[in-house]
Design a protein around this ligand. Structure first.
Ligand SMILES: Nc1nc2c(ncn2[C@@H]2O[C@H](COP(=O)(O)OP(=O)(O)O[C@H]3O[C@H](CO)[C@@H](O)[C@H](O)[C@@H]3O)[C@@H](O)[C@H]2O)c(=O)[nH]1
Length: 316
Protein backbone atom coordinates (compact mmCIF):
# COMPACT_ATOMS: atom_id res chain seq x y z
CA UNK A 1 0.00 0.00 0.00
CA UNK A 2 1.62 3.20 -1.19
CA UNK A 3 0.45 6.46 0.41
CA UNK A 4 1.27 9.90 -0.94
CA UNK A 5 1.15 12.77 1.55
CA UNK A 6 1.20 16.28 0.11
CA UNK A 7 2.70 18.77 2.53
CA UNK A 8 4.46 16.01 4.48
CA UNK A 9 6.91 18.42 6.09
CA UNK A 10 4.08 20.41 7.70
CA UNK A 11 2.47 19.97 11.11
CA UNK A 12 -0.30 17.55 10.10
CA UNK A 13 1.80 15.95 7.33
CA UNK A 14 4.48 14.86 9.78
CA UNK A 15 1.93 13.25 12.12
CA UNK A 16 0.21 11.63 9.11
CA UNK A 17 3.53 10.12 8.02
CA UNK A 18 4.18 8.69 11.49
CA UNK A 19 0.69 7.17 11.58
CA UNK A 20 1.02 5.66 8.07
CA UNK A 21 4.38 4.09 8.89
CA UNK A 22 2.77 2.43 11.92
CA UNK A 23 0.15 0.97 9.54
CA UNK A 24 2.96 -0.53 7.44
CA UNK A 25 2.33 1.75 4.43
CA UNK A 26 5.03 2.83 2.01
CA UNK A 27 5.12 6.61 2.50
CA UNK A 28 6.03 9.16 -0.16
CA UNK A 29 5.70 12.86 0.56
CA UNK A 30 5.89 16.07 -1.43
CA UNK A 31 8.13 18.93 -0.40
CA UNK A 32 9.09 22.21 -2.02
CA UNK A 33 12.64 23.45 -2.15
CA UNK A 34 11.85 25.93 0.63
CA UNK A 35 10.17 23.39 2.92
CA UNK A 36 11.47 23.18 6.49
CA UNK A 37 12.62 19.68 7.35
CA UNK A 38 12.70 19.80 11.16
CA UNK A 39 9.28 18.13 11.63
CA UNK A 40 10.26 15.07 9.58
CA UNK A 41 14.02 14.79 10.13
CA UNK A 42 13.40 11.80 12.47
CA UNK A 43 11.49 10.01 9.67
CA UNK A 44 13.89 10.44 6.78
CA UNK A 45 15.15 6.87 6.79
CA UNK A 46 11.60 5.51 6.54
CA UNK A 47 9.90 7.83 4.04
CA UNK A 48 10.68 9.03 0.54
CA UNK A 49 10.49 12.69 -0.40
CA UNK A 50 9.70 14.06 -3.85
CA UNK A 51 10.12 17.67 -4.76
CA UNK A 52 6.83 18.86 -6.23
CA UNK A 53 5.29 22.30 -6.73
CA UNK A 54 1.57 21.60 -6.58
CA UNK A 55 0.76 24.84 -8.39
CA UNK A 56 2.63 23.58 -11.42
CA UNK A 57 0.60 21.03 -13.41
CA UNK A 58 3.73 19.56 -15.03
CA UNK A 59 5.32 18.99 -11.66
CA UNK A 60 2.19 17.25 -10.34
CA UNK A 61 1.64 15.14 -13.48
CA UNK A 62 5.13 13.76 -13.45
CA UNK A 63 4.90 12.98 -9.72
CA UNK A 64 1.59 11.11 -10.11
CA UNK A 65 2.82 9.25 -13.20
CA UNK A 66 6.00 8.17 -11.40
CA UNK A 67 4.48 7.23 -8.06
CA UNK A 68 0.94 5.97 -8.86
CA UNK A 69 -0.11 5.89 -5.16
CA UNK A 70 -3.02 3.87 -3.76
CA UNK A 71 -3.90 6.52 -1.18
CA UNK A 72 -3.47 10.29 -1.32
CA UNK A 73 -3.67 12.51 1.75
CA UNK A 74 -3.83 16.04 0.39
CA UNK A 75 -2.65 18.18 3.30
CA UNK A 76 -0.52 20.83 1.58
CA UNK A 77 -2.09 24.29 1.88
CA UNK A 78 -1.67 27.86 2.96
CA UNK A 79 -3.45 27.19 6.26
CA UNK A 80 -3.14 30.38 8.34
CA UNK A 81 -6.29 32.52 8.22
CA UNK A 82 -4.62 35.98 8.76
CA UNK A 83 -2.16 35.37 5.91
CA UNK A 84 -5.14 35.01 3.61
CA UNK A 85 -6.11 38.65 4.18
CA UNK A 86 -2.60 39.83 3.37
CA UNK A 87 -2.33 37.68 0.27
CA UNK A 88 -5.80 36.54 -0.75
CA UNK A 89 -4.95 35.68 -4.35
CA UNK A 90 -1.94 33.65 -3.34
CA UNK A 91 -3.97 31.70 -0.76
CA UNK A 92 -6.77 30.96 -3.19
CA UNK A 93 -4.41 30.10 -6.03
CA UNK A 94 -2.20 27.90 -3.88
CA UNK A 95 -5.03 25.95 -2.27
CA UNK A 96 -7.37 25.66 -5.24
CA UNK A 97 -4.94 25.27 -8.16
CA UNK A 98 -2.86 22.77 -6.20
CA UNK A 99 -5.86 20.54 -5.70
CA UNK A 100 -7.14 20.88 -9.27
CA UNK A 101 -3.70 19.88 -10.56
CA UNK A 102 -3.73 16.83 -8.33
CA UNK A 103 -7.25 15.77 -9.38
CA UNK A 104 -6.48 16.34 -13.07
CA UNK A 105 -3.33 14.23 -12.89
CA UNK A 106 -5.16 11.38 -11.12
CA UNK A 107 -7.97 11.57 -13.67
CA UNK A 108 -5.73 11.71 -16.73
CA UNK A 109 -3.67 8.71 -15.69
CA UNK A 110 -6.85 6.79 -14.79
CA UNK A 111 -5.60 6.14 -11.24
CA UNK A 112 -7.96 4.41 -8.84
CA UNK A 113 -6.36 6.16 -5.86
CA UNK A 114 -8.48 7.05 -2.85
CA UNK A 115 -8.03 10.75 -2.07
CA UNK A 116 -8.63 12.54 1.24
CA UNK A 117 -8.88 16.31 1.04
CA UNK A 118 -8.40 18.59 4.03
CA UNK A 119 -11.42 20.88 4.14
CA UNK A 120 -12.02 23.17 7.11
CA UNK A 121 -14.64 24.19 9.66
CA UNK A 122 -13.74 27.77 8.66
CA UNK A 123 -16.05 27.10 5.70
CA UNK A 124 -19.05 27.41 8.06
CA UNK A 125 -17.88 30.92 8.98
CA UNK A 126 -20.65 33.01 10.51
CA UNK A 127 -22.53 30.54 12.69
CA UNK A 128 -25.34 31.61 15.02
CA UNK A 129 -25.24 30.03 18.51
CA UNK A 130 -28.55 28.25 17.86
CA UNK A 131 -27.01 26.65 14.74
CA UNK A 132 -24.56 24.62 16.84
CA UNK A 133 -23.37 21.94 17.05
CA UNK A 134 -22.54 22.34 13.37
CA UNK A 135 -23.59 19.55 11.04
CA UNK A 136 -22.47 19.01 7.44
CA UNK A 137 -25.88 20.38 6.41
CA UNK A 138 -25.29 23.81 8.02
CA UNK A 139 -25.04 26.75 5.61
CA UNK A 140 -21.56 27.90 4.56
CA UNK A 141 -20.97 31.60 5.32
CA UNK A 142 -17.20 31.93 4.90
CA UNK A 143 -15.53 34.97 6.49
CA UNK A 144 -11.99 34.94 5.06
CA UNK A 145 -10.22 34.32 1.75
CA UNK A 146 -8.80 31.18 3.39
CA UNK A 147 -12.34 29.95 4.10
CA UNK A 148 -13.29 30.66 0.48
CA UNK A 149 -10.33 28.61 -0.74
CA UNK A 150 -11.49 25.70 1.44
CA UNK A 151 -15.09 25.96 0.19
CA UNK A 152 -13.68 25.72 -3.34
CA UNK A 153 -11.50 22.73 -2.45
CA UNK A 154 -14.47 21.07 -0.76
CA UNK A 155 -16.84 21.50 -3.72
CA UNK A 156 -14.17 20.56 -6.22
CA UNK A 157 -13.95 17.28 -4.32
CA UNK A 158 -17.67 16.80 -4.76
CA UNK A 159 -17.57 17.83 -8.41
CA UNK A 160 -14.62 15.61 -9.42
CA UNK A 161 -16.35 12.67 -7.78
CA UNK A 162 -19.63 13.34 -9.57
CA UNK A 163 -18.13 14.27 -12.93
CA UNK A 164 -15.34 11.70 -13.18
CA UNK A 165 -15.91 9.16 -10.41
CA UNK A 166 -12.77 10.10 -8.46
CA UNK A 167 -12.72 8.50 -5.03
CA UNK A 168 -12.56 11.73 -3.03
CA UNK A 169 -13.48 11.88 0.67
CA UNK A 170 -13.94 15.41 2.05
CA UNK A 171 -12.91 15.73 5.70
CA UNK A 172 -14.07 18.98 7.32
CA UNK A 173 -11.71 19.31 10.24
CA UNK A 174 -12.31 21.61 13.18
CA UNK A 175 -9.33 23.14 15.00
CA UNK A 176 -6.54 20.73 15.78
CA UNK A 177 -3.30 21.08 17.63
CA UNK A 178 -0.51 19.20 19.37
CA UNK A 179 3.28 18.94 19.27
CA UNK A 180 4.89 20.72 16.26
CA UNK A 181 1.92 23.04 15.72
CA UNK A 182 3.18 26.13 13.83
CA UNK A 183 3.85 28.99 16.22
CA UNK A 184 1.49 31.42 14.48
CA UNK A 185 -1.61 29.37 15.48
CA UNK A 186 -3.19 30.34 18.78
CA UNK A 187 -2.54 27.29 20.99
CA UNK A 188 1.08 27.05 19.89
CA UNK A 189 1.63 30.79 19.97
CA UNK A 190 0.46 31.06 23.57
CA UNK A 191 2.36 27.90 24.62
CA UNK A 192 5.57 29.24 23.08
CA UNK A 193 5.14 32.63 24.73
CA UNK A 194 4.70 30.89 28.12
CA UNK A 195 7.84 28.81 27.56
CA UNK A 196 9.81 31.88 26.42
CA UNK A 197 8.76 33.58 29.67
CA UNK A 198 9.66 30.47 31.71
CA UNK A 199 13.10 30.46 30.12
CA UNK A 200 13.57 34.18 30.76
CA UNK A 201 13.72 34.96 27.04
CA UNK A 202 10.89 37.45 27.18
CA UNK A 203 9.29 39.74 29.81
CA UNK A 204 6.29 38.16 31.63
CA UNK A 205 3.68 39.65 29.31
CA UNK A 206 1.66 37.38 27.01
CA UNK A 207 0.19 39.04 23.92
CA UNK A 208 -3.22 37.91 22.71
CA UNK A 209 -5.90 38.67 20.12
CA UNK A 210 -9.61 37.89 20.40
CA UNK A 211 -10.12 35.77 23.52
CA UNK A 212 -13.90 35.49 23.10
CA UNK A 213 -13.86 33.23 20.04
CA UNK A 214 -14.94 29.64 20.72
CA UNK A 215 -13.19 26.71 19.09
CA UNK A 216 -13.59 22.92 19.05
CA UNK A 217 -10.10 21.39 19.41
CA UNK A 218 -9.01 17.85 18.57
CA UNK A 219 -5.53 16.41 18.99
CA UNK A 220 -3.68 16.14 15.68
CA UNK A 221 -2.89 12.48 16.42
CA UNK A 222 -6.63 11.74 16.58
CA UNK A 223 -7.16 13.75 13.40
CA UNK A 224 -4.66 11.80 11.28
CA UNK A 225 -6.23 8.53 12.46
CA UNK A 226 -9.49 10.04 11.25
CA UNK A 227 -8.00 10.76 7.81
CA UNK A 228 -6.91 7.15 7.49
CA UNK A 229 -10.37 5.90 8.52
CA UNK A 230 -11.95 8.34 6.06
CA UNK A 231 -10.26 6.46 3.21
CA UNK A 232 -10.80 3.02 4.77
CA UNK A 233 -14.50 3.45 5.49
CA UNK A 234 -15.78 6.80 4.19
CA UNK A 235 -18.04 7.07 1.15
CA UNK A 236 -16.52 8.73 -1.93
CA UNK A 237 -18.00 12.16 -2.65
CA UNK A 238 -19.19 12.57 0.96
CA UNK A 239 -18.15 15.23 3.46
CA UNK A 240 -17.53 14.47 7.12
CA UNK A 241 -17.01 16.76 10.11
CA UNK A 242 -14.08 15.75 12.31
CA UNK A 243 -14.56 17.40 15.70
CA UNK A 244 -14.49 16.66 19.41
CA UNK A 245 -17.97 18.04 20.08
CA UNK A 246 -16.75 20.33 22.89
CA UNK A 247 -15.69 23.93 22.56
CA UNK A 248 -13.70 26.36 24.69
CA UNK A 249 -13.29 30.10 24.48
CA UNK A 250 -9.72 31.07 23.61
CA UNK A 251 -9.61 32.62 27.13
CA UNK A 252 -10.44 29.23 28.68
CA UNK A 253 -7.77 27.54 26.57
CA UNK A 254 -5.26 30.17 27.74
CA UNK A 255 -6.25 29.65 31.40
CA UNK A 256 -5.64 25.94 30.98
CA UNK A 257 -2.19 26.51 29.49
CA UNK A 258 -1.31 28.99 32.25
CA UNK A 259 -2.40 26.48 34.90
CA UNK A 260 0.35 24.13 33.64
CA UNK A 261 3.06 26.69 34.30
CA UNK A 262 4.50 28.15 37.52
CA UNK A 263 5.39 31.60 36.19
CA UNK A 264 3.24 34.70 36.85
CA UNK A 265 2.14 36.25 33.57
CA UNK A 266 0.29 39.42 32.59
CA UNK A 267 -2.07 39.05 29.60
CA UNK A 268 -2.22 41.97 27.18
CA UNK A 269 -4.32 42.51 24.02
CA UNK A 270 -2.29 43.25 20.93
CA UNK A 271 -4.59 45.02 18.40
CA UNK A 272 -2.49 43.69 15.50
CA UNK A 273 -3.69 40.19 16.44
CA UNK A 274 -7.36 41.08 15.87
CA UNK A 275 -8.86 40.04 12.52
CA UNK A 276 -11.08 42.00 10.10
CA UNK A 277 -13.75 39.38 10.83
CA UNK A 278 -13.37 36.45 13.18
CA UNK A 279 -15.44 33.29 13.27
CA UNK A 280 -17.18 33.53 16.67
CA UNK A 281 -18.00 29.92 17.34
CA UNK A 282 -17.02 26.58 15.86
CA UNK A 283 -18.55 23.61 17.64
CA UNK A 284 -18.80 20.50 15.52
CA UNK A 285 -21.15 17.56 15.32
CA UNK A 286 -19.16 14.62 13.95
CA UNK A 287 -21.94 12.01 14.32
CA UNK A 288 -21.90 11.32 10.55
CA UNK A 289 -18.17 10.54 10.60
CA UNK A 290 -18.39 8.50 13.80
CA UNK A 291 -21.25 6.41 12.38
CA UNK A 292 -19.42 5.81 9.08
CA UNK A 293 -15.99 4.97 10.52
CA UNK A 294 -16.25 4.26 14.26
CA UNK A 295 -13.83 7.15 14.90
CA UNK A 296 -13.78 8.99 18.17
CA UNK A 297 -11.18 11.23 19.73
CA UNK A 298 -9.01 9.52 22.35
CA UNK A 299 -6.66 12.22 23.61
CA UNK A 300 -8.12 14.67 26.16
CA UNK A 301 -7.51 18.38 25.48
CA UNK A 302 -5.53 18.81 28.71
CA UNK A 303 -3.00 16.24 27.52
CA UNK A 304 -2.77 17.87 24.09
CA UNK A 305 -1.95 21.21 25.71
CA UNK A 306 0.56 19.64 28.11
CA UNK A 307 2.28 17.87 25.20
CA UNK A 308 2.35 21.14 23.26
CA UNK A 309 3.99 22.96 26.19
CA UNK A 310 6.44 20.07 26.53
CA UNK A 311 7.24 20.33 22.83
CA UNK A 312 8.17 24.01 23.20
CA UNK A 313 10.12 23.34 26.41
CA UNK A 314 12.19 20.75 24.51
CA UNK A 315 13.08 23.13 21.67
CA UNK A 316 16.58 24.67 21.77
N1 LIG B 1 -3.36 32.93 15.74
C1 LIG B 1 -3.82 33.61 16.79
N2 LIG B 1 -5.13 33.53 17.08
C2 LIG B 1 -5.58 34.19 18.16
C3 LIG B 1 -4.74 34.96 19.00
N3 LIG B 1 -5.49 35.48 20.00
C4 LIG B 1 -6.74 35.05 19.82
N4 LIG B 1 -6.81 34.27 18.69
C5 LIG B 1 -8.03 33.65 18.16
O1 LIG B 1 -7.89 32.24 18.25
C6 LIG B 1 -8.76 31.63 17.30
C7 LIG B 1 -8.02 30.51 16.61
O2 LIG B 1 -7.03 31.06 15.78
P1 LIG B 1 -5.96 30.14 14.99
O3 LIG B 1 -5.25 29.24 15.94
O4 LIG B 1 -5.13 31.05 14.16
O5 LIG B 1 -6.87 29.16 14.13
P2 LIG B 1 -8.15 29.41 13.18
O6 LIG B 1 -8.12 30.76 12.57
O7 LIG B 1 -9.36 29.01 13.97
O8 LIG B 1 -7.89 28.37 12.01
C8 LIG B 1 -7.43 27.04 12.31
O9 LIG B 1 -8.49 26.13 12.32
C9 LIG B 1 -9.11 25.91 11.06
C10 LIG B 1 -10.24 24.92 11.30
O10 LIG B 1 -11.28 25.58 11.90
C11 LIG B 1 -8.08 25.42 10.06
O11 LIG B 1 -8.69 25.19 8.82
C12 LIG B 1 -6.97 26.45 9.92
O12 LIG B 1 -5.97 25.98 9.01
C13 LIG B 1 -6.37 26.67 11.28
O13 LIG B 1 -5.74 25.48 11.70
C14 LIG B 1 -9.25 32.75 16.39
O14 LIG B 1 -10.54 33.13 16.79
C15 LIG B 1 -8.27 33.90 16.68
O15 LIG B 1 -8.84 35.19 16.47
C16 LIG B 1 -3.36 35.06 18.66
O16 LIG B 1 -2.57 35.72 19.34
N5 LIG B 1 -2.95 34.36 17.55
Amino acid sequence: MKALVTGISGFVGSHMAEFLLRQGAEVVGTIRNRSRMDHISHLLKDIRLEECELRDPFSVESLIDRERPDLIFHLAAQSFVPTSWNSPIDTIHNNVAGQVNLFEAVRRFGLKAKIQIACSSEEYGQVEPEETPIKETNPLRPLSPYAISKVAQDYLGYQYHRSYGLHVVRTITFNHTGPRRGEQFVTSNFAKQIVDIEKGRKPPVLHVGNLQAKRDFTDVRDVVRGYWLALEKGQPGENYNIASGTCYTIAEMLEMLLSFSDVRIEVKTDPSRLRPSDVEILLGDSAKFRAATGWQPEIPFERTLKDLLQYWRSQP
